[in-house]
Design a binder for this molecule. Structure first.
Ligand code: PXG
Length: 289
């Protein structure tokens, strides 16, 4: 596997960053997880835009233009001969000293990894996921805005550990006020009648690209009433349908929350339609590698 690292492609064993890199020492950096389907990169521009927005929010200036970064993603897939895969694009503050001052970091580190995608077992898509609400709260926007896709995932990892301990694959995190925010690497949706609901970003959700795509499909193709609104655990329990979205998971049904059965316990009819529309889009659109 060849890795893009600071302007060059290097072998995996040579793809090393310094122990003085503030991405490692302080989680000071931003990233994107991007997917390629059938020789095309899905929503490439949107991912690169979000990377630049995350970087701007933490005052990290990426030493490349958006177009250049798009080319890095495409080339990383090309040199690894991947038509379907997962891309991890990372920009860190760079090498500094043993103090957290970012002014000591003169040059950001950029790397891009393209690998085969690790998929959830197909059974999860057919039967739906069982998930739980965990006690770890989503970090509050006043401390670190969850719209910033930063290298600080400890909050999410603590939630994932709680899910592991409960024996389920995902965790729902509430915000500090007790409203539903999102999962550890996925956004959450419910369906009630003909309404599709998801928490607003200001309630602690990442502005997910899959989330945005599914909201558009729901409105345009399924003519659903799409709303961003606050949601309590009660709203999840009494929803007709529930599903998660994310680049890795795509759209995946949820059939149990906190041991309560959602709807009739099977993946919802509208969820299945949305999954089909989403797949149609991933298979037919995107930037050619
Ligand atoms: N919330 C959080 C906290 C995320 O990290 C999403 C929602 C979904 O956003 P997108 O834009 O992907 O629809 C994410 C995405 C990984 C991995 O390796 C994580 C994400 C994406 C891809 C891979 O765990 N996070």
């Amino acid at each position: 596997m060849k890795i893009y690292l600071d302007g060059k492609f290097v072998e995996e064993r040579d793809a090393k960053v310094s122990v003085f890199d503030h991405g490692l020492l302080y989680g000071d950096g931003v990233f994107e997880g991007i997917r390629a389907y059938n020789g095309r990169v899905f929503k490439l521009k949107e991912h690169v835009k979000r990377l630049f927005n995350s970087a701007r929010a933490i005052m990290l200036s990426i030493p490349a233009t958006g177009e250049e970064v798009e080319k890095i993603v495409l080339k990383t897939l090309r040199v690894n001969k991947l038509k379907n895969g997962y891309v991890r694009l990372v920009v860190t503050r760079g090498i500094g000293d043993l103090g957290l001052d970012p002014l000591k970091c003169k040059v950001p580190t950029i790397f891009c990894i393209a690998d085969k995608i690790q998929l959830y077992p197909p059974g999860y898509y057919q039967k739906g996921l069982e998930i739980v609400i965990v006690s770890t709260r989503r970090v509050m926007p006043e401390a670190l805005n969850p719209c910033i896709k930063s290298l600080n995932y400890l909050n999410n990892i603590l939630a994932k550990i709680e899910a592991n301990r409960a024996g389920v694959p995902e965790a729902i995190m509430l915000n500090s006020e007790g409203y539903v925010a999102e999962c550890t690497g996925d956004n959450i949706f419910i369906i009630k009648g003909r309404t599709l609901l998801t928490p607003p970003t200001w309630a602690g959700a990442l502005d997910g690209i899959t989330r945005q795509t599914v909201m558009e499909l729901a409105q345009k193709k399924l003519r659903l009433d799409v709303r961003e609104d606050l949601m309590t655990p009660y709203h999840l329990y009494v929803a007709d349908e529930c599903f998660l979205t994310g680049t890795a998971a795509e759209a995946i049904p949820v059939t149990r929350v906190d041991t309560r059965i959602i709807g009739d316990g099977n993946p919802g009819r509208i969820t299945l339609k949305l999954m089909k529309e989403f797949h149609r889009l991933t298979e037919t659109t995107g930037v050619a590698i």
